[in-house]
Design a protein around this ligand. Structure first.
Ligand code: SF4
Ligand code: SF4
Length: 159
């Protein structure tokens, strides 16, 4: 996939929120569609998982407990292994290096570009982006058309 660079953005930007995709899972990534919501105009299966690269993905103790159960470890251990306190938040998901976005959630499946803990993903990941549209997806599709490259990865600067 090719890359491009534009402006900055962050999932969880100051709000404690910010995580992953819509039915890329029903299909795959991290979010889930709800028939009561507006018609979804993005496809997380067709996205490299941009929202999982947000610097701040804040999670609750309930999210940590769900992840702990998923991995068969204690909540204390899960909090220590999977989260850290940063940017004024008590618990944000730890990251790892990523070829496209620089860093990405430690749980992200980089081979398939989707959530690696889909059934145990945090609430914020289930809720994002919250409406019928995803701004990044619109941007991604625009760039892929403009570049005439269906695998083009549009980038922003998180710093
Ligand atoms: S950035 Fe948007 S389209 Fe991409 S995975 Fe996240 S919610 Fe889905
Ligand atoms: S838990 Fe899954 S959906 Fe949430 S940020 Fe991490 S990889 Fe993405």
């Amino acid at each position: 996939m090719a890359n491009s660079k534009t402006n900055g953005r962050a999932r969880g930007n100051g709000k404690a929120n910010g995580a992953a995709h819509t039915d890329r899972k029903a299909s795959s990534n991290g979010h889930s569609n709800d028939s009561a919501q507006p018609r979804v105009q993005y496809n997380c299966l067709n996205c490299p998982g941009y929202c999982c690269s947000y610097p701040v993905i804040s999670v609750t103790k309930y999210d940590v407990a769900r992840l702990a159960k998923h991995f068969g470890i204690s909540s204390e251990e899960a909090e220590k292994r999977f989260t850290k306190s940063q940017h004024g938040y008590k618990r944000i998901l730890r990251k790892k290096k990523d070829e496209h976005y620089g860093t990405i959630c430690r749980f992200f499946d980089q081979e398939h570009r989707r959530c690696g803990v889909y059934k145990a993903r945090p609430h914020v990941c289930r809720a994002f982006p919250g409406g019928g549209r995803c701004g990044y997806y619109d941007f991604l599709m625009f760039e892929r058309r403009a570049q005439d490259d269906p695998e083009f990865v549009a980038l922003t600067d998180h710093s």
